[in-house]
Ligand binder design. Structure first.
Ligand code: SF4
Length: 381
């Protein structure tokens, strides 16, 4: 079954660290929703009639800037042009400061059954540093009203290694989060993406980035606290209570196919990746002419597929060695056993039911381990 990602490209204000595609001029919201529906129709009927979708993820941007009526319009189109499986996971990203209990209840009536809330921190100075529109009180209120609106599958995003953050303030955010008990937590290390105001401030010396060692310490605190509280650390940045893993993201990590709809969205269909124009103007123009707004396609080579399967597998629930062997004809446990044994002895890796999995300590080195493994595979050919 496929996943369906819909990108809503509007935000009230750009956050300092963000490089996702979004614009703050909301004049064309209705036009974009019409165009997104046109793309859903094109992809759902002409190109992929009858595809069954069992995860829908409406991300952004700030999709919670959509009114319940606009969301209803969108979801009606999704249901009309795709076949949704029973119990489809339908997530919408929400920002504190843009939601009310009434809007969330109305979202629920459209069939949305999972919320992903951009909390980021419960510390005023950290939210201010990140350039978020909400304050700590609104972050807390967002999680409370999400439950009151009837959602029991809620994700909270947090960011760690924010300049100025200390062991104490991180602990404060984690404690507050655990009191509110969301079913799922995504914890990201602050990234200095090229071209963002944060990156420029780091380059000019206005902001000093924490060292990699500090990033690792914060990561270990987050992982330790959340796993002790009963969350499973099932991907480098993701933690879930039992039965609450994000089904949509699991598809990305397992290399499953998914549709990407909306400006800048990426998709992976029929073994080919595609990416849409990162421009609301181009996006609207293409769809008004009845064309898919695709800027480019890419067919992955075998080498790229191997690298991707290794990286995504090691960052999440491990590499399934049986599936890997049947897909690529490589028996990892036989051909690279020595490499894995060394990592296992050093505490970076373990074997479980035919899977090669990283420990928390191993997650910190997932990129390096993947690169090394790919180069060993290349050499042994
Ligand atoms: S609200 Fe989210 S998408 Fe919008 S600018 Fe901030 S981080 Fe980026």
């Amino acid at each position: 079954m496929h996943g369906l990602y819909i990108h809503f490209p509007f935000c009230s204000k750009k956050c300092r660290y963000c490089d996702f595609y979004s614009v703050t001029d909301t004049v064309v919201i209705n036009k974009i929703i019409e165009s997104v529906i046109a793309e859903i129709k094109l992809r759902g009927t002409e190109f992929h009639q009858g595809e069954i979708v069992d995860t829908v993820f409406i991300g952004g941007g700030t999709p919670s800037l959509m009114s319940p009526e606009q969301l209803e319009f969108l979801m009606t189109a999704v249901r009309k042009y795709f076949r949704l499986a029973d119990n489809t996971e339908i997530t919408i990203e929400c920002n504190p400061g843009t939601i009310t209990i009434e809007s969330l209840s109305a979202y629920r009536n459209t069939g949305v059954n999972r919320l992903s809330i951009g909390v980021q921190s419960f510390v005023a100075e950290e939210l201010e540093f990140l350039g978020r529109i909400h304050d700590a009180g609104e972050a807390e209120k967002a999680l409370v009203i999400a439950s009151e609106a009837g959602f029991d599958n809620i994700n909270a995003d947090i960011i760690f290694s924010v300049p100025g953050q200390t062991a104490f303030t991180l602990e404060y955010t984690l404690n507050k989060l655990l009191e509110l008990e969301p079913a799922h937590i995504s914890a990201y290390c602050l990234i200095y993406e090229n071209g963002t105001p944060l990156f420029n401030d780091m380059k000019s010396g206005k902001v000093v980035k924490y060292s990699d060692e500090m990033d690792a310490k914060f990561f270990e605190v987050v992982s330790g606290r959340l796993t002790a509280a009963g969350y499973e650390h099932y991907e480098v940045s993701n933690f879930a209570l039992k039965g609450r893993k994000c089904q949509h993201n699991l598809k990305y990590w397992a290399g499953c196919e998914y549709f990407g709809i909306g400006p800048s969205a990426h998709g992976f269909i029929n073994g080919r990746r595609y990416w849409n124009y990162r421009s609301v103007t181009n996006y609207i123009r293409y769809l008004s002419e009845g064309r898919l707004p695709v800027e480019g396609y890419e067919e992955l080579t075998k080498k790229q597929k191997i690298a991707e399967r290794i990286l995504l597998g090691l960052r999440s629930e491990g590499i399934d060695t049986t599936a890997f062997k049947s897909e690529f004809g490589i028996d990892l446990l036989q051909e690279e056993l020595r490499f894995f044994e060394e990592l296992k002895i050093s505490g970076y890796l373990y074997f479980e039911n035919g899977r090669i999995c990283l420990t928390t300590k191993g997650y910190l080195l997932s990129d390096e381990i993947s690169v090394k493994l790919c180069s060993l595979i290349e050499k042994s050919k």
